[in-house]
Design a protein around this ligand. Structure first.
Ligand code: SAH
Length: 354
């Protein structure tokens, strides 16, 4: 198809757009006119200040697609908005906007599907279809902001997919979304969540980015973790936490840990003790003392997995054990409970219908 061969305008950096303008005999300032508009969700053929012949040249060389709202659910409890977005090739991903006092946060997807195989997760059930392009990563933020008519100030990469399994595109996206000429979202307002690709965590530690890294730990030892997260067979808990220590030492940015509580699998007080021990051992060494924060998330029940969420008492005890060992633990507030806002489920429902 002709359309897919064209380069995506939204994946270009300001200097690449400038270089292209010069290559077709246009002045550099044309790029400065166009770039901010693209990132507001204005298609290039609507930017009339560019003149007709330039708009034509752009249309011949590039594609410009924003994700299209396929389905939109708004929580009547807390205003959380969940989108099922259709991409140019018909694949769908999910994005969720959460309303906090400090502003709107969007949770975006990084791949169509996922190949990490975590046993409790709905996004990985059908495997990975493809990576999202930088323009599609960015497009979710732009499309959500445009639809809401409100500024989005924070991004979490916790939707469908494993961001570090789509490393180059994610990195380019981070560059684009933090551009002053574009959405200008500060790196400190961006979190990236990973199931623990150690080689990529180490690579990321060299990029000098001020983003926040979240690590989905979910278990304190290899036996428990490998049973629910296949990635642990590649890199075990010790190796992962060691990479976290290196990441902190190199970037000075603390890492937050996600711990999904599944009844009878990883929620005993003994495992909480073990978790405290292993975190303290790796991250509070004589050289480094990283403030440790664990987010406890009672698992969202997914029909296909059969896993059940831990009871309130088990969650409270788990948190208390961590706190007693000097580790801050918070229980994640469930947002959008009435719209099934945990990721991967809308896309699956849609797949099951077709
Ligand atoms: N692949 C990345 C980011 C996407 S998942 C990662 O693994 O971190 C975002 C978070 O949601 C992860 O912590 C993941 O383990 C968690 N998660 C996945 N399915 C869940 C479920 N059913 N209930 C609660 N948390 C879940």
């Amino acid at each position: 198809m002709e359309q897919t061969e064209k380069r995506e305008l939204l994946s270009l950096t300001p200097s690449e757009l400038e270089a292209w303008m010069l290559s077709v005999g246009e002045p550099k300032y044309r790029a400065a006119q166009l770039f901010p508009q693209l990132h507001k969700g204005v298609s290039p053929d609507e930017v009339t200040t560019l003149g007709k012949s330039l708009r034509q040249k752009l249309a011949e060389s590039f594609s410009y697609h924003l994700p299209v709202v396929e389905q939109k659910l708004v929580s009547s409890l807390d205003g959380t908005v969940k989108y099922l977005f259709a991409l140019a090739d018909g694949n769908c991903v999910e994005s969720v906007v959460m309303r906090y006092d400090h502003g709107n946060t969007v949770c975006i997807s990084s791949q169509v599907g996922c190949r990490m195989g975590c046993k409790f997760c709905a996004s990985t059930i059908g495997g990975r279809v493809r990576d999202l392009t930088p323009g599609e990563l960015l497009g979710q933020v732009i499309a959500a902001q445009k639809d809401l008519g409100e500024r989005i100030s924070n991004i979490v990469m916790m939707g469908i997919g494993e961001p570090l399994d789509n490393y180059d595109n994610v990195l380019r996206f981070l560059h684009l979304v933090t551009c002053e000429q574009g959405l200008n979202i500060g790196a400190r307002h961006i979190s990236l969540s990973t199931c623990g690709l150690v080689d990529r965590i180490l690579q990321l530690s060299q990029e000098a980015l001020a983003i926040t890294l979240s690590v989905s730990l979910h278990a304190p030892d290899d036996e428990t973790r490998s049973a629910i997260m296949p990635i642990n067979n590649r890199w075990g808990v010790d190796e992962l936490l060691d990479a976290c220590r290196v990441y902190f030492a190199r970037t000075g940015r603390r890492i937050s840990f996600e711990y999904t509580l599944i009844a009878g699998k990883n929620d005993s007080p003994a495992l909480a003790e073990k978790l405290a021990l292993v975190l303290n051992r790796h991250l509070r060494t004589r050289e480094e003392t990283m403030p440790i924060h664990v987010n406890l998330i009672p698992v969202n029940e997914v029909d296909e997995t059969g896993f059940r969420r831990s009871g309130k008492a088990a969650v409270a005890t788990f948190a208390k054990v961590l706190e007693s060992r000097g580790i801050r633990a918070t229980v994640r507030r469930k947002l959008g409970a009435d719209i099934n806002a945990s990721c991967g489920q809308l896309r699956r429902n849609r797949q099951n219908q077709t």
